[in-house]
Write a protein that binds this ligand. Sequence first.
Ligand code: NDP
Length: 276
Amino acid sequence: MSQVDQYAVFGHPINHSKSPRIHTLFAQQTQQELIYTAQEVPAESFTSAITHFFKQGGKGLNCTVPLKELAWQRADSLSKRAQFSKAVNTLVLQADGSLLGENTDGIGLVTDLTVNHNISLHNKRILILGAGGASRGIIAPIMDKSPTHIVIANRTVKKAITLSNEFSQLGNITGCSYDEVKDSEFDLILNATSASLTGDLPPLSDNLLANKGHCYDLAYSNDPTAFVKWGLAHNAEKSLDGLGMLVEQAAEAFNIWRGVRPETKEIIALLNSERN
Ligand code: NDP
């Protein structure tokens, strides 16, 4: 008896995840038969949950907070992107039963910025707020687009400096405190902190954003996030949240699993229309 291919996202908390909806829309659009579920998996259950999932016929898995580093450790092999970022958001079952780890977050962000919103990264001064897992995943794909430089500012300064050192072979990347960056100016500010999830803002000075600059919050919510509002209040040409990135990283994962890349524009438009 042939079984429908199973996919899932593991995370904790996971009840508000949009991934099942997005992948179900992708499957309908590309006429693929599959089932995609969200499963509540705390870090301590990760190893047993993975073993169970793939034993039951699972074909591919997404991992989100707080599991991306554990997924990186668990993967039997890693793509170049995942190797570098030390975080895996997509696991792919290989023909020999091993698990390949991928990271599609960074390419998802870059596609949303450059293709969906026509925001060029070339020769741009870019500030990344935060030095956690999301920052790790986005640095290399951004550097591929040849910005002038990236500055990483973080509350725990040591983490920003460590991260910038790890990626410094890719170009001009520095890490510092929020205070050290307060007199600088940037063309694009990316909020990769989780502050928006609690309605908070990192300490940002009023002159950080250049004329015609853009703001992008990797977090997303039905209402504008605190950082999206900050961008609007500081005359950002565009001040966006991470819904488009979410759909684009999912489309990359779907392509890796199914060999077909969904059309994302109509799905982003649909999800946008469902806000509120
Ligand atoms: P992590 O927990 O790994 O990192 C969190 C970062 O936020 C740390 O740098 C932390 O600083 C900083 N931070 C947390 N609270 C505050 C605060 N109140 N003020 C200043 N800094 C703060 O999280 P991730 O990197 O995995 O995720 C970050 C964000 O990116 C989340 O909002 C997540 O939802 C979003 N995301 C969106 C994706 C999408 O597809 N749209 C994909 C991936 C992530 P410190 O080091 O000092 O603790």
